[in-house]
Structure formats: structure tokens, C-alpha cells
Design a protein around this ligand. Structure first.
Ligand SMILES: C[S@@+](CC[C@H](N)C(=O)[O-])C[C@H]1O[C@@H](n2cnc3c(N)ncnc32)[C@H](O)[C@@H]1O
Length: 268
């Protein structure tokens, strides 16, 4: 059986047995190969905007599963390769779950915002942004998507965020009202105000608390401390001062958050 990286395994674990899946930006195709080989999913569409990655995925399928695993383009069974941008290669509601992993958060908002009605036609999304996760969370909250679970997972020197998302029109009746589907997406603002850091450090990760919450916040503090040190060495005037002031504000907010997280997890 193919062995996934911890990051891809966390994504795979969010897929329930029997769900059909589309992997957008599949590249190597390893996640779909695992889902098929493990029997978790019997029908998976592998999409990519570039032909090279799709060829790579086809080679990996042949290597791990043999050509027989490729569907014949009829009813979705086995693995099917499709070239195209974002969700465009998919029919409305064609699969249960859409995975978009390993891309920037802003690109994900563009993919989902291209056609909101289409994006809302799938019952579940699993998103793993490489960066810009606070912008992605803001965009989801303002465009009728609810994050139902979040996980942190280490990949090399990074701590990655994995979000499981439900279009709100699929919400359980008890969860509240089903929203009317917007024809056009609410765009991202230039700046997102995040004094409490709730967009950046999701309450789902904080309240859990996720086992990696403390190192996740500590990493952010280290990055900000580097910015402060780097900028202070550089210049003493004008915009540089503003940058230091902003970085110091963020540092104070992050340190306060870390303190709260330590209290919550009982690690002082
Ligand atoms: C870094 S790889 C991620 C591979 C895999 N999803 C993972 O998480 O390991 C990003 C892939 O997304 C593809 N991609 C980028 N923009 C895309 C878009 N708009 N629609 C579909 N695929 C896209 C790229 O061609 C590339 O193969």
C-alpha cells in the first residue's frame, strides 16, 4: 500500500469511506492513488491545469495500481484524469468531496469564487492552503462556506493547516438557515482587520486545542521577531518605522495568544 506523507494522510482521513472525490491540482496524484488503493473511495477525478503534472499522475497510477485503475470516461469508477482550471473540469455536484491542497489561499478563493453556485454544489471541501490561510478563512466566512474542522500537521519545517469545509446550503437544519446562493463572490478586501488573530489562528485550532497549537504560534512569533530585527537594522525613518510598529503590534498580539494557549493546554 502506498505510504502518504503526514500532510496528505491528514487530508485523506477527512474523507469518509464511499465518498467520491475530485483532487484539484493533483500533481503527483498520490492522494487519489491512496484513496483508491485503500478502498476508501471508488471514484476519484484527478484534475490539474497543467499537462505535465497530469502525466506525472498517470505514470504514478500505472506504477502503483496498473492502467486498469483508470476509468473509461463513463460512470465515475476508478481514477479519471482531467485537464483544466480549478473546478471547471467538474460537472455540478459530480463528486461528494473536493480536495484543493498545496496551493496559496488566495488562489483557492479565486478558484472557489469563479462560479459560487458551482462551488456550492459539492457537499464537502478539504482545503490545505500553503499560505494566506487567514484570507481564505475570511473569504469562506463571507461567501457561504462553514469550516467544520481544522487540523495542523508538520511537513518538513512547516506546520500546515487542513480545513474541512461545508457549503452552507448543505448545513443540517439545526445548524441554521440555508443561505441563498450568491451569483458573484464577495471579494477579498485589501486589508483584513485581525486584532484578535481569529482569522489567522482559527478558533477551531485554538479551542480544540490542536496538539500543534503551541509550536504553530511560536513559529509565527519567531518569524515576526526576525522581521523586527531585520527592519530595525535597516532604516530609522518613515515607512520603516511604521513596519516596525506594525510588527511589534503583531508580536504583542501573538505573545498574548501564546499565553492564553499555554493556559488552555496546561503548558506553562
Ligand atoms: C504544489 S502542487 C500540489 C500537489 C498536491 N495537491 C499536494 O498537495 O501535494 C500544485 C498543483 O496545482 C496545480 N494548479 C495550479 N493552479 C491550478 C488551477 N487553477 N487549477 C488546477 N490546478 C492548478 C499545479 O499545476 C500543480 O500541479
Amino acid at each position: 500500500m502506498i505510504k502518504l506523507s503526514d500532510r496528505l494522510q491528514v487530508i485523506a482521513d477527512e474523507i469518509k469511506p464511499g465518498e467520491t472525490v475530485a483532487d484539484i491540482g493533483t500533481d503527483h496524484g498520490l492522494l487519489p492513488i491512496f484513496l483508491y488503493e485503500s478502498g476508501r473511495s471508488g471514484g476519484i477525478i484527478l484534475c490539474d491545469i497543467n499537462r505535465g503534472p497530469l502525466d506525472k499522475a498517470r505514470n504514478n497510477i500505472a506504477l502503483y495500481l496498473g492502467e486498469g485503475a483508470l476509468g473509461d470516461g463513463g460512470e465515475l469508477r476508478g481514477l479519471e484524469l482531467r485537464l483544466g482550471d480549478g473546478l471547471k473540469p467538474l460537472d455540478s455536484g459530480e463528486v461528494d468531496t473536493v480536495v484543493i491542497a498545496g496551493m496559496g489561499g488566495i488562489l483557492m478563493t479565486e478558484i472557489l469564487g469563479e462560479n459560487p453556485v458551482h462551488s456550492q454544489s459539492f457537499s464537502k471541501l478539504i482545503l490545505q492552503p500553503r499560505n494566506g490561510s487567514h484570507k481564505l478563512r475570511w473569504w469562506l466566512a463571507h461567501n457561504g462556506f462553514r469550516i467544520t474542522a481544522e487540523h495542523l500537521v508538520v511537513e518538513r519545517k512547516y506546520i500546515c493547516e487542513v480545513m474541512t469545509v461545508q457549503p452552507q446550503r448543505f448545513a443540517e437544519p439545526d445548524d441554521g438557515v440555508a443561505v441563498g446562493l450568491p451569483q458573484a463572490a464577495v471579494p477579498l478586501p485589501e486589508e483584513i482587520s485581525d486584532d484578535t488573530l481569529d482569522w489567522e489562528i482559527s478558533p477551531l485550532l485554538f479551542d480544540g486545542p490542536d496538539p500543534l497549537l503551541i509550536p504553530f504560534i511560536e513559529n509565527k512569533i519567531r518569524i515576526e521577531e526576525k522581521v523586527v530585527g531585520f527592519v530595525s537594522e535597516g532604516s530609522e525613518e518613515g515607512t520603516e518605522h511604521q513596519r516596525i510598529a506594525e510588527a511589534n503590534r503583531r508580536l504583542a498580539a501573538l505573545r498574548a495568544k501564546l499565553e492564553l494557549a499555554r493556559q488552555r493546554t496546561g503548558t506553562m
